[in-house]
Design a protein around this ligand. Structure first.
Ligand SMILES: [Cu+2]
Length: 482
C-alpha cells in the first residue's frame, strides 16, 4: 500500500457526460427519513449435489415501501423489488427453473455469464410467456470471480421492465478470489451496491411519463432499492460491488470526504493491479469492486457515497470487529490474449441519437444474423461511436456470451481501471475503442448499446459463434411469432 498508482480523475471525456444532454435530470436525495440500506438476501438452491445445483427464479410483481406513505408497485426476482443475490461457483453445473408471474412476456438474461445463446443466455429469443416457465442448464466457465447481474431482455421492452424493478446481482466466485486477503463476508463487509435512479408520481412509477428515447433518467437515487439508506459499518474495510443498473445514467462516484479507495475489479473480474482512486465513473451497466478503508474513523462518524453533488447512501461507523488488511498490489494474472493472425479485424459503428440510433447503419432484426465469429478464435474489434450531434454522447457497448480485453482507445492506452476482463465499454463520442474478443460458447448472441432505450429502439445486432466441426442451424423468429 502507498506505492500504488493514485488517480484523481474520471477517465471519460467530460464533454460527452450525460449532464450535457438537453433532457438531463439532476439527481437529488428527497427529504425523506433515513432507513437501513436494504441488503438483498442470498438465493438458496433448491438442491445441491456435488458440483451441481438447482435454483428457482420467479419474476414477480409486488409492493415495496420506497418512500414514506403509499407502497410502490414494483417487480422483482423472488422479491418485490430487484431480487435475491445468486452466488455461483465457477466450474459448477447449474439447473435453473424460471417462472414468469408477471402480466407480460419476459426473458431472463445472465449479464456477464459466458453461457450458450440464444436460449440459455436469455436474450430476446428466449421468451417466457405470462404464467409459463422455462428450464435452462449450463456449466459455468468464467475467466475468474466477478460481479454480474440478471435482468430481462425482451425486445423491445427491456427498459420498461428494468425500470419496473427487475435486476438482481449474480456473484461468481472461485478459489483464487476466496484466498485473496480482501473482505469476503456477504452483507457484512462484502456488499452489493446496486445503483439506480427513478422518478415517483404519487409514490408510483410511470415509465411512459418519464420516458426519454436517449435513456430514461429519474431524479431519486436508489441504492439496493433504498432511498436515503444507511449502512452500519462493523469492519474497518468494506468491499463494495458497484453495479450501475440504471437505464441510462452515468454515476460519477466519490465520497463526501474525498477519501481514496482501491479498485480491485471491473466488469468481469479482478484488475491485474489494484489502483487507488478518489472518484470513479460507471456507465450503464459497468461494474466495479472497490475496497474502502475506514480505519481512520471513530464510532458515529458518517461517510456518504455521492454521485456528482447528490448523496446516494451513508456509511455510519460502529465498533469495528475486523481490522483492515493490506490489499495486495497484484490481484490476478490476466491472460495476455494474442489476436489470431488468421482473423479479420471487425468494425462496428454506433451512430445517432434519439430515435435515429443505429448499429452498423441498421436497426435490430431478430431474424438477421449480422456477423459470425469462429468459436475460440481471438479477434480484434474496433468499436466506433460516430455520434457527434450536439457534442455527442457516450454509448456503452456490450456483448453477450463473451468477455473481452480493451486494447486501446483512439490508439492510446486504455484507462488504468480497464486492465481486467470486460463485457461493456463506454465509448466516447468520436472515439474508436479496440477490444479483443474470444467466445468459448456457441450460439447466437446480442451485441448492443446498453442505454436500454437505445437497445429497445434497435441499436442492437446479432453474432453467430460457430464451430465448423459442429454446424448448427437456428430458427430465428421475430418476437410476435414466438
Ligand atoms: Cu446508445
Amino acid at each position: 500500500m502507498g506505492q500504488r498508482a493514485f488517480y484523481q480523475q474520471y477517465f471519460y471525456d467530460e464533454n460527452v457526460y450525460d449532464l450535457h444532454d438537453g433532457g438531463y435530470k439532476k439527481l437529488a436525495m428527497p427529504a425523506v427519513p433515513e432507513k437501513a440500506l436494504a441488503m438483498p438476501s442470498v438465493l438458496q438452491p433448491d438442491r445441491v449435489q456435488g458440483h451441481e445445483a438447482w435454483y428457482t427464479i420467479v419474476a414477480q410483481t409486488g409492493e415495496t415501501a420506497i418512500l414514506p406513505g403509499k407502497l410502490t408497485q414494483t417487480w422483482g426476482y423472488n422479491a418485490s423489488l430487484l431480487g435475491q443475490t445468486l452466488i455461483l461457483e465457477d466450474g459448477w453445473h447449474y439447473h435453473v427453473h424460471i417462472e414468469n408471474h408477471l402480466p407480460e412476456t419476459t426473458t431472463l438474461h445472465w449479464h456477464g455469464l459466458n453461457i450458450p445463446g440464444p436460449i440459455t443466455d436469455g436474450g430476446p429469443h428466449a421468451p417466457i410467456m405470462p404464467g409459463e416457465a422455462r428450464e435452462i442448464e449450463f456449466t459455468l466457465h468464467q475467466e475468474g470471480a466477478q460481479t454480474d447481474w440478471m435482468h430481462p431482455h425482451p425486445c423491445p421492452n427491456t427498459a420498461r421492465q428494468v425500470w419496473q424493478g427487475l435486476a438482481a446481482m449474480v456473484i461468481v466466485t472461485d478459489e483464487h478470489a476466496k484466498n485473496l486477503p480482501i473482505p469476503q463476508e456477504y452483507g457484512v463487509d462484502d456488499l452489493p451496491i446496486i445503483l439506480q435512479d427513478r422518478t415517483y408520481h404519487d409514490n408510483q412509477l410511470d415509465y411512459e411519463a418519464d420516458y426519454d428515447v436517449d435513456g430514461t433518467l429519474g431524479t431519486v437515487p436508489l441504492v439496493n432499492g433504498t432511498v436515503n439508506g444507511v449502512f452500519k459499518v462493523t469492519t474497518a474495510q468494506l468491499r463494495l460491488r458497484l453495479l450501475n443498473s440504471a437505464n441510462r445514467r452515468e454515476f460519477r462516484l466519490h465520497f463526501d470526504d474525498g477519501r481514496r479507495f482501491t479498485q480491485i475489479a471491473g466488469d468481469c473480474g479482478f484488475l491485474e493491479q489494484a489502483i487507488d482512486l478518489d472518484r470513479l465513473m460507471l456507465t450503464v451497466p459497468e461494474r466495479a469492486e472497490i475496497v474502502v478503508d475506514f480505519s481512520d474513523c471513530q464510532p458515529g462518524d458518517r461517510v456518504q457515497l455521492m454521485s456528482d453533488d447528490a448523496v446516494l447512501c451513508t456509511f455510519e461507523m460502529d465498533e469495528f470487529t475486523k481490522k483492515a488488511q493490506a490489499i495486495p498490489d497484484h490481484l490476478f494474472d490476466v491472460p495476455k490474449w494474442q489476436v489470431d493472425p488468421d482473423s479479420q479485424l471487425q468494425t462496428t459503428v454506433m451512430s445517432g441519437m434519439d430515435d435515429e440510433v443505429l448499429l452498423d447503419g441498421k436497426r435490430f432484426d431478430m431474424t438477421r444474423i449480422d456477423r459470425q465469429q469462429l468459436f475460440r478464435q481471438t479477434v480484434d474489434w474496433e468499436v466506433k461511436n460516430t455520434n457527434d450531434a450536439c457534442g455527442g454522447m457516450i454509448h456503452p457497448f456490450h456483448m453477450h456470451g463473451c468477455h473481452f480485453q480493451i486494447i486501446s482507445r483512439n490508439g492510446q492506452v486504455p484507462y488504468p481501471n480497464e486492465t481486467g476482463f470486460k463485457d461493456t465499454v463506454g465509448v466516447n463520442a468520436g472515439e474508436t475503442v479496440r477490444i479483443r474478443v474470444c467466445f468459448d460458447v456457441l450460439g447466437i448472441f446480442m451485441y448492443h448499446c446498453h442505454i436500454l432505450e437505445h437497445e429497445d429502439t434497435g441499436m442492437m445486432a446479432q453474432i453467430e459463434v460457430y464451430d465448423p466441426k459442429h454446424p448448427k442451424t437456428y430458427d430465428l423468429k421475430p418476437m410476435h411469432e414466438m
